[in-house]
Design a protein around this ligand. Structure first.
Ligand code: SAM
Length: 321
């Protein structure tokens, strides 16, 4: 039997006061975001719930019910929220990075001033697509981005959504460019920047691939690249994004705008059932395995309070030593 060596890890957030999965099962997850508990579809929760249906309904402020098109291409994820208890349509959660928690601990103990560190404050809201504006499993990527962003880096976040990864890089005090094709989502990310007491992110509403091609022509180079592409999407001028067809081209184009030294790349994939090793091979083929480039890959998971582990996305990362 031939064996190949790979650096694979399974990662999940820890010590996050404002987020937990209380239970999961029967195609749903019961999550607490700050003071509010949501019951949402989770196609990967193939097992049974640990708590009873009555306990779920008692705990939840709201339950998402998929509409007729749920799961169908083009109409997927559309549905409605049934309100069980009063809750606002907008609320806030905080994420404090490991370094920040450690410095709070030592400042409380030794009376020294606390460092700013990795700190995000995010506005959440109930959308008709079952999303709330944050993907909590991504916290491991935020930590990695923050700890691999060195002084003087320029970081580019593509398919950047409400901006948590952009903010994580910004917390390291560097230049950050945030690209997403949806203006409302970019405005939401701007709001999160202000809430997190950060400023000066470069906001771009554009098709991600078109933007990267333009940066190649302009000769612009970045130290850090972050990509979290969806299965399907659209640029602002109707440019079609299809993961299966365009992902490798996108990565090859990205390899032309990443600096040879002092660089990192994070590729996150949450659709099409892609595996961590697939992400790893893609990244290695696009960015090359020359000396000094380290690759890791793995799965981002969340664990409910009954220890049932839900794998939610896969990642591959490259960094220069
Ligand atoms: C699910 S999100 C990624 C999640 C995000 N990285 C996070 O963890 O918060 C995918 C994003 O890609 C954006 N998008 C889709 N097609 C795009 C395109 N062609 N160019 C740029 N952004 C696109 C969507 O607007 C959406 O915000």
């Amino acid at each position: 039997m031939a064996q190949t060596e790979h650096n694979i890890s399974i990662e999940s957030p820890s010590g996050w006061k404002d987020y937990e999965i209380i239970d999961s099962g029967d195609g749903y997850k019961l999550e607490r975001f700050g003071n509010f508990v949501l019951s949402r579809p989770e196609p990967k929760a193939l097992w049974s719930k640990s708590l009873s249906d009555a306990e779920w309904r008692k705990a939840a402020h709201t339950v998402f019910h998929p509409g007729a098109g749920f799961g169908k291409a083009g109409k997927e994820d559309v549905g409605t929220w049934e309100m069980l208890k009063k809750m606002p349509d907008r609320w806030y959660i905080e994420y404090k990075g490991k370094d920040r928690l450690a410095s709070e601990w030592s400042s409380a103990r030794h009376g020294i001033p606390e460092e700013s560190g990795l700190y995000l404050k995010l506005r959440l809201g109930l959308t008709s697509f079952k999303h709330v504006g944050v993907f909590p499993e991504q916290a491991s990527n935020w930590e990695w981005i923050y700890s691999h962003t060195r002084k003087g880096y320029k970081v580019l976040n593509l398919f950047a959504y409400t901006g948590a990864a952009s903010l994580a890089a910004k917390c390291a005090g560097v230049e950050v460019t945030h690209v997403d094709s949806v203006k409302q989502v970019v405005n939401w990310a701007k709001e999160n920047m202000g809430l997190s007491s950060l400023d000066n992110i470069r906001w771009i509403v554009d098709d991600a691939l078109k933007f990267v091609k333009r940066e190649i022509r302009r000769g612009n180079v970045y130290n850090g690249l972050i990509l979290d592409p969806p299965a399907y999407g659209h640029g602002p001028d109707g440019e079609r994004w299809k993961l299966d067809e365009l992902l490798f081209e996108m990565l090859e184009e990205c390899s032309k705008i990443v600096s040879k030294e002092n660089s990192f790349v994070v590729l996150n994939l949450y659709s099409n059932g892609y595996s961590a090793l697939l992400a790893d091979t893609l990244l290695k083929k696009a960015f090359g395995e020359q000396a000094g480039r380290e690759y890791t890959c793995g799965e981002l998971v969340l664990e409910d309070s009954f220890k049932k582990v839900i794998p939610l996305s896969v990642f591959a990362r490259m960094f220069t030593k």
